[in-house]
Design a protein around this ligand. Structure first.
Ligand code: 13P
Length: 258
């Protein structure tokens, strides 16, 4: 089985202006040790308006945290008022971009086809996509979770080469667990992350499935991170609320010491 390096990402959502962003990054750099960032890949995903400031701090202070974005458009330029092109992000040394977060899907109508276009565009700009998937409570209670997840993965990855899939990240975020304090149990999270991996295995090869890194997201906190991270198919976490506190985010990253 492939050794998959854990990856823990902080999705700041629509929080923190660029001054606050700089402060959080500096505090985070003090809270993390060399061992932490050697053991775990860490990325932060600030709002677009913070990216340049955060990039400058990360590079000036040589902080080993990857810069990420929360979204992008699939075109590389043109008349798309209000949108941001992947190449613009790449120019800021953004290395990871979330595609298909449930808030984008639910509040802004993103479809699996949109997510698929975005993933292709992110890859074209030589960045790594974090493709998010997850079911609503209604879908889970109606027994539709499995079909929904398999469809999101299948349509989201349509036409994407095996070697790209192996290097990308998929985040399983049950919508009912996001921002609610209701973390999925480690067993529930493991079950769906295993389903995600099996789906990749069916679409590609077991080698690809073995390499792809799968994050769990939804109310991950320092107290719940260790057990979630110990599950065999969970290789990381996509963290919202707890990523806005340098202490909590660092403690999540230090899950193996807890
Ligand atoms: P919370 O950690 O605040 O539940 O957010 C999860 C999330 O949506 C990360 O992308």
């Amino acid at each position: 089985m492939a050794e998959r390096k854990p990856i823990i990402s902080g999705n700041w959502k629509m929080n923190l202006n660029h001054f606050e962003a700089i402060q959080l990054v500096q505090k985070l750099s003090y809270a993390l040790t060399k061992d932490d960032v050697e053991a775990v890949d860490v990325s932060i995903h600030p709002p677009f308006t913070d990216l340049r400031s955060v990039q400058t701090v990360l590079e000036a202070d040589k902080i080993p945290i990857a810069l990420g974005a929360q979204n992008c458009h699939w075109e590389s330029s043109g008349a798309f008022t209000g949108e941001i092109a992947p190449v613009m992000l790449a120019k800021l040394n953004v290395s990871l971009v979330i595609a298909g977060h449930s808030e984008r899907r639910q509040l802004f109508g993103e479809t699996n086809q949109d997510v698929n276009r975005k993933i292709k565009a992110i890859l074209n700009a030589e960045m790594t996509p974090i493709m998010a998937c997850g079911e609503t409570l209604e879908q889970r209670e109606a027994g539709e979770m499995e079909e929904h997840i398999v469809t999101q993965i299948t349509e989201g990855l349509s036409g994407i080469k095996s070697e790209h899939v192996a290097d990308m990240v998929i985040a399983y975020e049950p919508i009912w667990a996001i921002g609610t304090g209701a973390t999925a149990t480690p067993e529930d999270a493991q079950e769906v992350c295993a389903l995600v991996r099996a789906t990749v295995g069916n679409l590609y090869t077991s080698g690809t499935a073995d390499k792809v890194r799968i994050q769990y997201g939804g109310s991950v906190k320092p107290g719940t991170a260790p057990e979630l991270m110990s599950q065999p198919d969970i290789d990381g976490a996509l963290i919202g609320g707890a990523a806005l506190s340098s202490e909590d985010f660092a403690h999540c990253i230090q899950y193996r010491l807890r």
